[in-house]
Design a protein around this ligand. Structure first.
Ligand code: TRP
Length: 371
C-alpha cells in the first residue's frame, strides 16, 4: 500500500508515497481496460490517469442504451483551486457532455467537522475557487445541480428526502465497519461519511432522478466512502438502489514531488496564479529528474518518470501523445535539459492560464447555485 513508515492514507489525510497498483488489490478495485472510443479522446482516460473502477460497465450500458444516468461527486472547499482539483472538474464536464445528469456536493458540513472550517468560509471558498473555475473550464448549468451539504434544497420534499436517507443509512453500518474502513473515527467523521453516502445515493431517490446508474469519479483516497455506501445501500430495505459505480484517478504530485496540498502554495499551481507566478514556482520548486551536471545529463540522460514537469505535461498540459513521447525520449537520452523541459511546461501553462482566466472573469456563478 504505502511505503514509508509515517505514511497515512485515508479519505482525510494522505501522506507518504503511494503505490497505486497495490491500492487496487488492497481495495478490491478493477483496473480500467478497454473503453469506448469517446473515452480515449479524453487525455485522463487515454493515459490511464483514471485507472481503476467499480462497476463502470453499468454506466457504459446506460450510455449505449440511451438510458438516464447521473454523475455524482463532491468537493471539499479548502484553499485555492489548483491543477490537481482540475482533474475532477474535467471529469464532470466529460460526463456532462456524455449526457449525465450532474450532481455536485459542496462538502461544507464535512469541512466543518473534519477541517474546522466555518460554513461561511466554506461557502465563499466553494463559490470563488471551485464553482467559478468549473464554469470557466466548461461546466454548463443545464442539468447540473450544485448544492451545499448544509443546505440541500429550497424544495422541502427534496431536502427531507436527502436528510432522511442520511439518517436511515446509520442503522446499516456497524461501528467496527467504520473503524475498519477509516482507521480512526470520530462522531464528526461518522456524520461526514453518512452524509457522503447520502450524497452519492440520493440522486436515485424518487424526488430526484429515481433509480438509475450513478458514476462517482473520485481520487483513489475516497474509496473507503464508496465501499461503505455500496454496502449500506444493499442492506437498506426501504430503498432500491442501483449499485454505485465509481472511477479512481491517481493523485497529482505536488511541485516538490510529495503531496499537492492546498495549505502549501509552493506545492501547486493555482488556476488563478499569473503565468509569471506559475513560471516562478516551476523554475524554483518543480522536482527535476535531471542529472546534477550538464555533462552528466548529456551523457546519461534524465528520468522523466520522476520529473514533475514531465508528469504535469502527461497529466494534462501536453495533449498530443506523439509530442509527449518525443519529450520523453529526448529527456531520457539527455538531448533535452531540465531547464528546457521546464520551459516547455511554463509555455503551455502560460497559454492555458491566460485563456482560462479571461473565461473565468466572465462567469456568472448564480446560474449554478440555487440556494
Ligand atoms: N469527501 C470528498 C473530498 O474530500 C468530498 C465529497 C463530499 C464527495 N461528498 C461527496 C466526493 C460525494 C464524492 C462524492 O473531496
Amino acid at each position: 500500500m504505502v511505503e514509508k513508515k509515517e505514511a497515512v492514507f485515508n479519505p482525510w489525510e494522505v501522506k507518504g508515497n503511494i503505490n497505486f497498483d497495490k491500492l487496487v488489490k488492497q481495495f478490491g478495485l478493477k483496473k480500467i481496460e478497454k473503453l469506448p472510443d469517446e473515452f480515449n479522446e479524453n487525455v485522463l482516460f487515454r493515459r490511464k490517469t483514471i485507472y481503476a473502477h467499480r462497476d463502470l460497465p453499468r454506466v457504459l450500458t446506460a450510455i449505449k442504451e440511451k438510458k438516464n444516468f447521473a454523475m455524482m461527486t463532491g468537493l471539499m472547499p479548502s484553499g485555492k483551486f489548483h491543477i490537481g482539483h482540475m482533474m475532477v472538474a474535467q471529469q464532470m464536464i466529460f460526463w456532462q457532455n456524455l449526457g449525465a445528469k450532474i450532481y455536485i456536493a459542496v462538502a461544507d458540513v464535512e469541512s466543518y467537522n473534519a477541517r474546522n472550517m466555518s460554513l461561511k468560509e466554506a461557502r465563499e471558498t466553494a463559490i470563488e475557487e471551485y464553482i467559478k473555475n468549473y464554469a470557466a473550464l466548461g461546466l454548463k448549468p443545464k442539468n447540473c445541480h450544485i448544492y451545499f451539504q448544509s443546505n440541500r434544497s429550497k424544495n422541502v420534499e427534496q431536502a427531507n428526502a436527502y436528510y432522511r436517507l442520511q439518517n436511515l443509512l446509520a442503522r446499516h453500518a456497524t461501528f467496527n465497519e467504520f473503524k475498519a474502513v477509516y482507521g480512526s473515527i470520530s462522531p464528526g467523521k461518522m456524520i461526514a461519511s453518512l452524509l457522503q453516502a447520502a450524497d452519492m445515493l440520493h440522486p436515485q431517490l424518487p424526488e430526484f432522478e429515481d433509480k438509475c446508474p450513478v458514476i462517482v469519479p473520485v481520487g483513489i483516497d475516497q474509496d473507503p466512502h464508496l465501499r461503505l455506501a455500496r454496502d449500506m445501500s444493499k442492506r437498506i430495505k426501504e430503498y432500491k438502489f442501483d449499485t454505485l459505480a465509481s472511477t479512481y484517478h491517481k493523485l497529482m504530485p505536488g511541485l516538490g514531488g510529495g503531496k499537492m496540498s492546498s495549505s502549501d502554495s509552493n506545492s501547486y499551481i493555482a488556476l488563478t496564479d499569473t503565468p509569471k507566478e506559475a513560471a516562478r514556482k516551476i523554475s524554483k520548486y518543480a522536482f527535476s529528474g535531471g542529472k546534477a551536471t550538464l555533462e552528466e545529463h548529456r551523457k546519461k540522460g534524465g528520468n522523466p518518470d520522476i520529473d514533475i514537469s514531465f508528469q504535469y505535461l502527461k497529466y494534462y498540459f501536453e495533449q498530443d501523445d506523439h509530442e509527449l513521447q518525443n519529450i520523453y525520449d529526448d529527456y531520457k537520452s539527455g538531448k533535452l535539459l531540465s531547464g528546457e523541459l521546464k520551459k516547455i511546461l511554463i509555455d503551455k501553462l502560460k497559454v492555458f492560464l491566460e485563456k482560462h482566466q479571461s473565461k473565468r472573469d466572465k462567469v456568472d456563478v448564480n446560474k449554478f447555485i440555487d440556494n
